[in-house]
Design a protein around this ligand. Structure first.
Ligand code: HEC
Ligand code: HEC
Ligand code: HEC
Ligand code: HEC
Length: 118
């Protein structure tokens, strides 16, 4: 029992280090609407769990690109197409936070807050 607990803690700690090393600081998405800068690290620092966005990856494992399952052109095998999946993830969470009276990032109607044309 005790040993199992130590194992679990050990794994959790290794996991944390692996995560810190893996998580990118900032990501850019190009799009016709204008490029989107995504402050990845800000989210991690605010305590958003990896798995809240990387929904098919257990915390501690290296996530796959969304595009591995979400096709750019169309929904496939129940997975919505890439831009829908990413949008629903981003504004899904922000809209919910706003509705709950919490601070949030840009919501659905804030197209131009996220998409900035050069
Ligand atoms: C929270 C930030 C955010 C908001 C708000 C947002 N978008 Fe996006 N949008 C993104 C991201 C990130 C992508 C890139 C997804 C991908 O890789 O396809 C994207 C992709 C797109 C694309 C696909 C572009 C392409 O070149 O294939 C379109 C079109 C688009 N957004 C339109 C909109 C419109 C219209 C709104 C407002 C109703 C909006 N977006 C609001 C973040 C946002
Ligand atoms: C708020 C949402 C969100 C959170 C929280 C989040 N990520 Fe991400 N992460 C993304 C998105 C979106 C991408 C872009 C995926 C893509 O390009 O397909 C990404 C990309 C990555 C990449 C790949 C970078 C690359 O260019 O290939 C890694 C590695 C990663 N995240 C690790 C993590 C880890 C580890 C955590 C937790 C410590 C985490 N992420 C938390 C949304 C998030
Ligand atoms: C291993 C495959 C896989 C990867 C990688 C993946 N997804 Fe998904 N995703 C799916 C499948 C399958 C569904 C539909 C079934 C479900 O809801 O689980 C889905 C559903 C979703 C949904 C809910 C559907 C909706 O329109 O509300 C969102 C949001 C989403 N994915 C966002 C993302 C984002 C953002 C990433 C990358 C950070 C990502 N997914 C990576 C397979 C994947
Ligand atoms: C699971 C929840 C969640 C998801 C998913 C999520 N965010 Fe956020 N976002 C947050 C929180 C929490 C904050 C911080 C609000 C605050 O405290 O100011 C935030 C803040 C932001 C900010 C403002 C950062 C700043 O420095 O003020 C931007 C821009 C942003 N998010 C973009 C995105 C984009 C783009 C995506 C999708 C790729 C995304 N977010 C997905 C929860 C989320």
């Amino acid at each position: 029992m005790k040993r199992a607990l130590v194992m679990v803690l050990g794994l959790a700690i290794c996991g944390l280090f692996a995560l810190a090393a893996d998580a990118p600081a900032e990501l850019k998405f190009d799009s016709k609407m204008g490029a989107v800068t995504f402050p990845h690290k800000t989210h991690v620092d605010k305590g958003v769990k990896c798995s809240a966005c990387h929904h098919t990856t257990k915390d501690g494992e290296t996530p796959q690109k969304c595009e591995a399952c979400h096709d750019k052109a169309a929904a496939k095998d129940k997975a919505p197409k890439l831009s829908d999946a990413v949008h629903n993830s981003c504004w899904g969470c922000h809209d919910k936070a706003l509705a709950a009276g919490q601070k949030s990032g840009p919501v659905k109607k804030d197209c131009k807050v996220c998409h900035v044309k050069a």
